[in-house]
Design a protein around this ligand. Structure first.
Ligand code: FES
Length: 573
């Protein structure tokens, strides 16, 4: 006997409940026969004018609907909280788990058989996928796609990456305010996500590597007609997925995550992928440790020569052949036979793919950078780990010992960083506290804190920086991030004082605070007496602070790990 579709528990009943479920839907002009048992496809849309990277997703949703109708399904679009990375305070990351909760309950509570997730801007796709994973229906992703290359004074400029450079140049006196404003107008000139290998592009590549989208989803520009075509095909695909009962849990395995981490390494991807992939794996009960990222990235170099660690942009990556071309070049490092949304093995999406520009997508023998991926650091300053993106760091700082210059909060940093009397030079180690998941709250992207003006004026452009924060995927520098436990959770980071020596040894993966245990014990007693008290005492932020896990576990809320499944037995009336 064929199993009744999930949506038929609502639409298939010829009684009062069925009447209620169908009749109100008919006010949208649907004829009787669309409730005849065909697959009902939810289109989960994070469109918003306050999320400019997702501002064209309503158009793409229309293309998805065409494909769903054509394949014999019923498409029903619904909104989900949109998280505009450049707009939300105190940080969009605070709300990733809220979006995940909303998506989970929207899918669980409504009569749908499969889901298309439309997202792009950094936190939208991870939040949607976390929520969808906890329900585990057939699920496919269509991304916003990157913006066209930014332009300024006849040259390409990259989202975020060039903002940090221009801001430093203004501070150091090498760029006028008029030039700065002109660059602002030329950087973001079409719908889509940051066109560097920032977090949005990284996550789009990673979900394509996981087999959760059609091939080339990561790189087709947001305004390219072929993204509309892909959306249409995605609509067709999800209907077939429902008919085949191809759920997230039947697709995703630990080996998929290994592939994704290797792709993350080859693209020189954002450090934020670490925290998001762990949270997604946690929803599916798939083991994925911080150390896996270091272990799996050791034998893969950076092939995609894309900013912030390289020179090109996502539009160039697409014209070079996109992710299939890159995956074909690292195919010997990948598991080829893993299932994808199309029902084909992953290798069918990249095997034999042509690379049209070997300068943009380099080869394993002649990589863009020999070192890539994620280095996972351990030591008495980060007992539960910290990470650094080695390809974004300066080679001469990958082993460094220097005195700490400590900022207790981001406000403290902002107030003092350019003070001419600040006791700092290029050998100092900038340390920022209070920016972890609980402390900020939400773990903002401030880890790549700008250098002091007097150091910039000397022509220095990088220093070792350490914090419990994250950093934008568009950023670069010798920046040690995600220090765990965070300072507000009583991690040793909380005990660092200006002048303490800090020893960082990247190749050995160590991060040590050169202060005696006795002295640290004294400082800990002092910290316990004066530990920071959060001003967030109500609402979602309070819930978040009380339940968020530390960075090395993916910063999900502890009660959201795992899944609830798709079955909801009780009726609403
Ligand atoms: Fe939205 Fe970068 S700010 S993708």
């Amino acid at each position: 006997m064929t199993k009744k579709r999930r949506s038929q528990h609502s639409y298939g009943k010829l009684d009062k409940d069925g009447f209620i479920h169908r009749s109100w839907m008919k006010n949208q002009g649907f004829p009787d026969d669309v409730f005849d048992g065909r697959p009902v496809i939810g289109i989960c849309n994070t469109w918003s004018e306050l999320t400019p990277c997702n501002s064209h997703l309503r158009d793409l949703a229309e293309h998805v609907k065409r494909g769903v109708w054509e394949a014999g399904g019923l498409p029903l679009e619904f909104p989900a909280m949109s998280l505009g990375e450049t707009q939300m305070r105190p940080t969009a990351m605070l709300f990733r788990n809220l979006l995940a909760m909303e998506v989970e309950e929207s899918i669980r509570g409504n009569p749908m058989d499969g889901v298309v997730l439309l997202g792009g801007c950094d936190k939208t796709t991870p939040g949607q996928l976390m929520g969808a994973a906890s329900v585990d229906l057939p699920t496919i992703i269509i991304s916003s796609g990157p913006m066209l290359n930014g332009k300024h004074c006849g040259a390409d400029i990259g989202s975020g990456t060039d903002v940090w450079k221009f801001a430093d140049a203004v501070k150091a006196g090498g760029m006028t305010m008029d030039e700065f404003m002109s660059a602002e107008a030329g950087m973001s000139r079409s719908p889509g996500t940051c066109m560097t290998m920032g977090t949005a592009s990284t996550i789009a590549c990673v979900v394509e590597a996981l087999g959760l989208s059609l091939p080339l989803n990561a790189t087709i520009p947001g305004v390219d007609a072929r993204r509309g075509t892909m959306s249409h095909l995605t609509g067709r695909t999800i209907v077939e997925m429902v008919k085949s009962d191809r759920r997230l849990s039947t697709i995703l395995t630990r080996e998929h995550f290994e592939n994704a981490v290797k792709v993350h390494t080859a693209i020189g991807g954002s450090t934020n992928a670490v925290i998001h992939l762990q949270a997604i794996a946690g929803r599916l009960g798939i083991e994925l440790s911080l150390q896996d990222f270091d272990n799996w990235s050791r034998d893969v170099p950076m092939l995609a020569d894309i900013q912030p660690s390289g020179k090109y942009l996502m539009e160039d990556f697409h014209y070079a052949g996109g992710l299939p071309a890159l995956m074909n070049k690292i195919k010997d490092h990948l598991h080829p036979d893993l299932l994808t949304v199309t029902g084909e093995p992953k290798s069918a999406h990249y095997e034999g793919a042509t690379c049209y520009n070997d300068d943009v997508v380099k080869s394993i023998d002649d990589p863009a950078k020999p070192m890539s991926g994620t280095w996972v650091l351990n030591g008495n300053l980060a007992p539960n780990g910290a990470i650094i993106k080695p390809n974004a760091a300066s080679d001469h700082l990958l082993t460094h010992t220097g005195p700490a210059v400590v900022f207790e909060t981001i406000e403290d940093y902002k107030a003092r960083i350019d003070d001419p009397d600040l006791d700092v030079d290029e050998n100092s180690v900038l340390v920022l506290k209070g920016c972890g998941p609980k402390g900020y709250p939400g773990m903002p992207e401030v880890g790549n804190m700008g250098l002091p003006q007097k150091i910039l004026e000397k022509g220095v452009r990088d220093m070792v920086r350490i914090s419990d924060a994250r950093m934008s995927g568009t950023a670069f520098g010798t920046v040690i991030l995600h220090v765990s436990p965070e300072s507000d959770a009583g991690g040793p980071l909380a005990l660092v004082k200006s002048g303490d020596m800090i020893e960082f040894n990247g190749p050995n993966r160590t991060l040590e605070l050169k202060v005696s245990e006795d002295e640290l014990a004294v400082r800990r007693k002092e910290w316990e007496k004066n530990k920071p008290v959060s001003p967030y005492t109500r609402g979602y932020a309070k819930l978040y602070i009380d339940h968020v896990q530390q960075a090395e576990l993916g910063a999900d809320l502890d009660f959201l790990v795992g899944g609830s499944g798709s079955e909801v037995t009780r009726e609403s009336h």
